[in-house]
Ligand binder design. Structure first.
Ligand code: GH3
Ligand code: MG
Ligand code: MG
Ligand code: MG
Length: 349
């Protein structure tokens, strides 16, 4: 492959194509086609090009656009950081020497900040001593190239960047998916007990620290074992999904549901005093009891028993997770004992 060094004469870029550049263009389009397959799931690759020299920016931007990248430019590190904050870049090519904030400071700042995804960074500079390379990489650059840049080499190094970014992206997605699965009940799609035990203490701490109200509703489907025994576990599963859908459709968006176990669910109501939580529970109870579960020919009346507890913002209570759950549990027990399909409020001591 012919390797042309890129000099700062823009007329060279727009001039007639030589046989070498046509061959190179063909090779590059094959290369790009490979990249297209390899990165087919990615949206357009966005590069932030940072350089204080307008001509260098212009020529490099044209080169990168021809290679299929979306390009945005900045003339120093400060401007680059502002664009990174506002935009979505996967790759960055930065000059070293620039006014206000140079490329080294930019790399340091980028690595110290939280970006949406990894930004693969190439430092492109006239400085070519080994100690400069070391300083650049230590500042957080992933790669180091010297000016004048050799176009195919830059394109090849950017493709390395794309591989790294793709790997980072798939790892991040896998982690997010694992996290989602680890806190979700697979049958009903609401949070599971692990999430409840992790998140409810945080809600309690926040409410206690800022003197805010927080309430919890616990509910248990009545005579659920009978539904399983009569119609089978698959119907039982459908009833549980239906029950959760009824709850979900009748709570506020800031309230959240977790499956405590079996046919027992917990609804956490931030910023809600116990009186209003009791009203919410009564509304849920009534809605469930008046709505018929339907599946094929089957029509079922389903009811549930509720226990409510919580803290009111103006009462200096130090509720604990165990105390709240125990009170809700006691509420359910009392509702069951009183005949089921009812709501019992248990105040915290
Ligand atoms: P009560 O009114 O006193 O709450 O009676 P109940 O029958 O609802 O309560 P019990 O604790 O006797 O039975 C709960 C049943 O829920 C027993 C268990 O097999 C069933 N169960 C637990 N998890 C699931 C599930 O994921 N799917 C199905 N189909 N059944 C489940
Ligand atoms: Mg410069
Ligand atoms: Mg139960
Ligand atoms: Mg039950």
């Amino acid at each position: 492959m012919r390797c042309t060094r890129l000099y700062l004469r823009s007329d060279q870029l727009d001039g007639p194509k030589s046989a070498g550049s046509v061959l190179y263009a063909k090779q590059r389009s094959r290369y790009d086609a490979n990249c297209m397959t390899e990165f087919a799931n990615c949206p357009a690759w966005r590069i932030l090009l940072v350089d204080d020299e307008p001509t260098q920016r212009l020529i490099m931007a044209r080169l990168l656009k021809r290679a299929g990248y979306e390009v945005d430019t900045a003339s120093n590190g400060k401007e680059a950081l502002a664009k990174i904050e506002a935009g979505d870049f996967q790759l960055m090519i930065t000059d070293w020497e620039m006014p206000e904030m140079d490329g080294i400071a930019l790399c340091n700042a980028l690595r110290a900040s939280q970006t949406k995804g990894y930004i693969y960074t190439i430092l492109l500079t006239a400085r070519d001593a080994v100690e400069h390379v070391v300083t650049g990489l230590q500042a957080g650059a992933d790669d180091y190239l010297t000016k004048p840049v050799i176009e195919p080499e830059l394109i090849a190094r950017l493709s390395t960047g794309k591989r790294i970014v793709t790997l980072e992206r798939s790892l991040r997605h896998a982690n997010e998916e694992n996290r989602r699965l680890s806190i979700t009940d697979p049958l009903t799609g609401v949070y599971n007990r692990r999430y409840l035990m992790e998140q409810l203490p945080r809600e309690i701490d926040r409410a206690a620290r800022y003197g805010r109200s927080l309430s919890v509703i616990m509910c248990d489907v009545d005579h659920f074992k009978k539904i399983n025994d009569t119609y089978g576990h698959l119907v039982g599963d459908e009833v549980l999904k239906w029950f959760v859908a009824q709850l979900q459709a009748n709570i506020r968006t800031c309230d959240w549901i977790a499956r405590y176990g079996g046919e027992e669910f917990v609804i956490v109501l931030p910023e809600t005093n116990v009186e209003n939580a009791a009203k919410a529970a009564e509304h849920l109870r009534e809605h469930v009891s008046k709505t018929i579960f339907e599946s094929g020919e089957l029509r079922l009346e389903v009811t549930a028993s509720f226990g409510v507890s919580g803290r009111n913002g103006n009462v200096p209570l130090n509720a604990t997770l165990d105390a709240l759950i125990a009170k809700c549990d006691a509420g359910i027990y009392a509702s069951k004992a009183a005949g089921r399909n009812r709501v019992t409020v248990e105040a915290l001591d």
